[in-house]
Design a protein around this ligand. Sequence first.
Ligand code: ARG
Length: 587
Amino acid sequence: MNATQEKLKAQVKQALIAAFGADLAEADPILVPASNPKFGDYQANVALSLSKKLGKQPRAIASAIVDQLDVSEICEPPEIAGPGFINLKLKTAYLEAQLNEIQADPRLGVLAAKTPKREIVDFSSPNIAKEMHVGHLRSTIIGDSIARILEFQGHDVLRLNHVGDWGTQFGMLIADLREVYPDALTTANALDIGDLVSFYRKAKLRFDTDETFQETARQEVVALQAGAEDTLHAWKLLCEQSRREFQIIYDLLDVQIIERGESFYNPLLSGVVEDLEKSGLLVENQGAKCVFLEGFTNREGEPLPLIVQKSDGGYNYATTDLASLRYRIQQDQAKRIIYVTDAGQGNHFAQFFQVAGKAGWIPDDVELVHVPFGLVLGEDGKKFKTRSGDTVRLRDLLDEAIARTDADLKTRLQEEERQETEEFINEVARVVGISAVKYADLSQNRTSNYIFSYDKMLDLKGNTAPYMLYAYARIQGISRKGDINFKELGNNAVLLQHETELALAKYLLQLDEVISSVEQDLLPNRLCEYLYELSKKFNQFYDRNQGVQVLEAEEPQRTSRLVLCDLTARTLKLGLSLLGIQVLERM
Ligand code: ARG
């Protein structure tokens, strides 16, 4: 709900009390956006809901409310329609004043959070020695956007990369490499990540089939956890190797994140088990220590346990998450902890949240949120793979997006007979290619699966990054063509007459509402939809036939329309930046 709607709601409430007494102080005015713009901007439906209680006709109730309602500063005189709706239409002068106000505001009317909080966004979080896959790409893109939005709202955000850098995988890998390629464990850069991944695969295969190897691998894990020097050194080398590869992706995507992997919490794991024991929740089950869960059962309908210490004494993913949760609450003082992973991990989060809650580790003012997302599918609707059936390397995927943009751009330049420098072409290809991948991901409701299609995401028409970037560049083109400095248009110039001007103006004023909804629901696709709609509204306004003239118009309309252009461009730029997308002045 935006500030205007808030104000109107309060006023309808007041009128309601004035008309029918303080008994109705709790009644909801049911003030919603108008179902049809013909009737105005908002409608209050309260009269219909009170009919029974007051024993009166809804129209009579509506008219008693309207008699007491003073919204003259904001709206035209209210009208009663149909069975008893109260229609409210914003005054043009009010809209003009609001736009004049946001013109001078770098935040474009978006209010920062009233009570800034410490929030943690746990995202990206790939696993060392394994390939970073498209699931991690989604987590990286969605998590980064959520973090940007929370930061913009003034929250104190800690961006954490909970990398999988501990546990059995290292036992296997180190045990195997000791035999087949010992140099990799002592020399930096002896392996590249591709090799590392294939060594890991082989090691895993051995682990699954060879019992002696299994035992050796286990001993390596024990050595690692006990801090044996040469194992630890080997582990560090392997981590660095992966880290360098991950960093290339983060740089390409312009993502900032602090690595605090699973190994960080190693010293805290035994404390988790001890404290669960003390709180009486711990149960021994076939040698493993676990906590029984409510609402999770196996096929036979028996309650499922969450294992926190395996029978061999080892800890697992859940133990680490319990330890990190406590650390984040106690040391980091986080008030909201947001975990961005694929929907497949939903149970894991629900389970350890439940155990932490039962153990009394979650204070009332701390909120835990799992932000799940769906799968990335290939155009055949199956799991996203390369033509040869391998998993797609993220670097290749991003490079491909850039290469395709580059080719499209060169064709377009030729068609338009434009000469551009190599530097310009590279910059546009990079920005558009990366933005297209990000936007294609963010514009879907994250909970659904989406189909990865270069053709779709690079289309200049439709709900895509290129479309949005093009709208922005087009507006900058107006300023170049008219030799206009948008920053020097003067204030109080907005004058709304044409229907497309009013529609654009009202839309520009909704940014605040959209951003605060994403701040709560953590659904960046709402911001994408808003920006897409805004671009369309702008294109209608700027349309030769349906819309108005801008540069060719007479004053005072000309300046007013230029202000609308500037506000649209600034809104696009701000909104896109919150999605991690950079704009281009020309493309
Ligand atoms: N490393 C995990 C994976 O690749 C994701 C970790 C998510 N964060 C967490 N605190 N569990 O699936």
